[in-house]
Design a protein around this ligand. Structure first.
Ligand code: HEC
Length: 165
């Protein structure tokens, strides 16, 4: 190799090292630690199974997202159920599901056919399972504000400002 060529290849190698290091730095500074999924349930397995069956039979996912999923065709702007157990108590859910008119407890801004239906016709045991399961659907503190925001915006159709609640 001539001297000129040596210098040329040496500079090329140096440039490659710099580029690789720079790329590594970008990637490293881009990946903040993934905080993971914020939702979890505190219900025991038997409640989880019974509630999941009820939720399937009663087609709650036609209107609500739960564990991040809902029916593909669903377009009702209702609050996701994930994390609601951090906002409300089991008694509240029990009263809400037992109510002849749930809108007396939680007013609706939607047309009648999209509103939360009454489940007062269900057996009390089933309402208890649903209420207990709903109350078990918790959210990690770092995502709590996001759950409040989604709930507020779905219920009211207004933009959430933390000072409102
Ligand atoms: C026809 C659509 C529809 C179905 C089916 C439905 N919901 Fe709802 N649900 C709503 C809507 C809409 C709201 C918000 C209040 C309203 O507009 O009536 C709501 C509100 C709620 C709330 C209160 C949310 C909050 O912000 O605290 C809970 C809990 C709930 N639903 C659970 C259920 C469960 C459990 C089922 C199945 C047993 C179910 N829903 C079935 C439409 C539905």
């Amino acid at each position: 190799m001539r001297k000129g060529e040596k210098i040329f290849f040496a500079s090329l190698a140096a440039l490659a090292v710099v580029l690789v290091a720079y790329k590594g730095w970008i990637v490293a500074s881009d990946t903040e630690e993934d905080p993971g999924i914020p939702f979890y349930t505190t219900a025991d397995l038997s409640v989880q199974k019974q509630a999941s069956q009820l939720i399937r039979d009663l087609k709650c996912r036609e209107c609500h997202t739960l564990w991040g999923t809902r029916d593909m065709t669903a377009s009702v702007p209702s609050p996701p159920l994930d994390g609601l157990g951090s906002l409300r108590t089991e008694d509240w859910f029990f009263d809400y599901f037992s109510a002849e008119n749930p809108q007396e407890i939680l007013p609706s801004r939607l047309k009648l056919k999209y509103r939360m239906p009454s489940y007062s016709h269900l057996d009390e045991v089933d309402i208890k399972i649903l209420a207990s399961y709903m109350a078990s659907l918790k959210v990690e503190d770092w995502y709590l504000e996001e759950v409040k925001k989604k709930e507020y915006e779905k219920l009211t159709g207004k933009t959430y400002k933390p000072s409102d609640n």
